[in-house]
Design a protein around this ligand. Structure first.
Ligand code: ADP
Length: 396
């Protein structure tokens, strides 16, 4: 009987899961789902690989509202669905591996202690990523748990590209580096591009991961050279509700002259800005495209302008590029944004076939013209598969 691999992606109020069958070629999805509203009104949804709903239920009201209850509920649901098969390993999405972890790691008590030290670097995510590791260690003792980091891919950046121009001794003491995020998505894209277009994958690629959170990375021969997110996932491209890069002097102004406190500034920069803040309408690209408001257009224009500017900057970090890849919710689905970004990059030799760009498909596809100097790809990302592969490797 083939062994199973469980993938857990836990946040402050939700746990996403995917169960894979550990095929020798590549893990295959059996079930996936989500428990959300963990601390309010917890709800469990599970689907099979073809998206058929298998469960859609509230957790019993008498259970304590906690990650522990949510994970117990998930394991109880899985039990009759796995027909006595063994969960051989569990892979976890973990925000931060610092500069220490450039690869996934099996979590021992020593590793767990190191990962806890990274909590100040990602206080909104890291504790919630670590909680299920601790709980599942108790519930399923002896099953290897593998931490897969959003930062790991970016540890390959040259040291120069990890710096801010702060006093060097301060940077080193306080660990204020450009860590970068979305690394699991970039890992997947690098591996997929190698299969789809080995020539581009061996060369210089700019990958745009455009979703609710957005970033872009320069990737050379499959390794990260530079990325738009930095010390936190606030830097870089404008996002659904996040500012992206902003003059740090603005933050000083908010504190010193407008007397805003840290919580108010955090709310402004993380939750009220980006596409939502500019448009005053929505953080969702679909709603912005559907709107006739000039502010919706302004938000979309700022987004595509910022991305094109950052793509050129990332290309400069590698002295040029051969391929451009779009991925994540907007990158995969938004033909309007893609066309606009590519039009702004025409001067660099980017030319797409508009008809190919307009085709809706969940498959990877090339949308550049035969004459384009730059190969342009749409590649649906699959972060869970990257985690499942790493967990499977731990028991290979
Ligand atoms: P997350 O960062 O939460 O994983 P996703 O990668 O799922 O986000 O991206 C979510 C975003 O993708 C939505 O906010 C929406 O703006 C965008 N999106 C999804 N489908 C479409 C579509 N068909 N057209 C345009 N934008 C889309």
């Amino acid at each position: 009987m083939k062994e199973l691999i469980l993938v857990i992606n836990a946040g402050s109020s939700s746990i996403k899961f995917q169960l894979f069958e550990n095929e020798p070629s590549d893990p295959i999805t059996l079930y996936k789902g989500l428990i959300d509203g963990i601390y309010v009104d917890p709800k469990f949804v599970a689907k099979d690989a073809a998206d058929n709903k298998l469960a859609d239920e509230k957790l019993p009201a008498d259970l304590p509202k906690s990650h522990d209850s949510a994970l117990r509920h998930l394991l109880a649901w899985l039990q009759p669905h796995i027909h006595g098969r063994k969960i051989a390993a569990i892979g976890h999405r973990v925000l931060h591996g610092g500069l220490k972890y450039s690869e996934p790691v099996v979590v021992t008590p020593e590793v767990f202690a190191i990962l806890e030290e990274f909590i100040p670097l990602g206080p909104l995510h890291q504790p919630h990523n670590l909680t299920p590791i601790r709980i599942l260690n108790d519930l399923m003792p002896g099953v290897p748990q593998v931490a897969c980091f959003d930062t790991a891919f970016h540890t390959a950046q040259p040291d120069l590209h990890k710096l801010y121009a702060l006093p060097l001794e301060f940077t080193e003491k306080e660990h204020i580096y450009r860590y970068g995020f979305h690394g699991l998505s970039y890992t997947y894209i690098a591996s997929a591009l190698e299969e789809l277009d080995a020539k581009s994958a061996a060369g210089h690629t700019v990958v745009c991961h455009l979703g609710n959170g957005s970033s872009a990375s320069a990737v050379k021969g499959g390794k990260c050279q530079a990325t738009t997110m930095g010390f936190t996932a606030l830097e870089g491209l404008p996002m659904g509700t996040r500012t992206g890069s902003i003059d740090a002097g603005v933050v000083l102004h908010l504190m010193n002259n407008l007397k805003m406190d840290a919580q108010q500034i955090e709310d402004l920069l993380y939750k009220k800005s980006g596409l939502l803040g500019l448009s005053g309408i929505s953080s969702d690209m679909r709603e912005l495209h559907a709107s006739t408001s000039p502010r919706a257009k302004l938000a979309v224009d700022f987004f595509t302008y910022s991305i094109s500017r950052n793509v050129a900057s990332l290309a400069a970090s590698m002295q040029g590029f051969d391929a451009l890849v779009f991925t994540a919710g907007i990158g995969e689905n938004d033909n309007i944004a893609r066309a606009d970004i590519c039009a702004r990059l025409k001067w660099l030799g980017v030319e797409i076939d508009l008809a190919a760009n307009n085709i809706r498909s969940g498959e990877p596809r090339k949308i550049s013209t035969a004459n384009s100097k730059i190969a342009v790809w749409i590649i649906p990302t699959n972060e869970e598969l990257v985690i499942a592969r790493a967990a499977a490797n731990s028991v290979a």
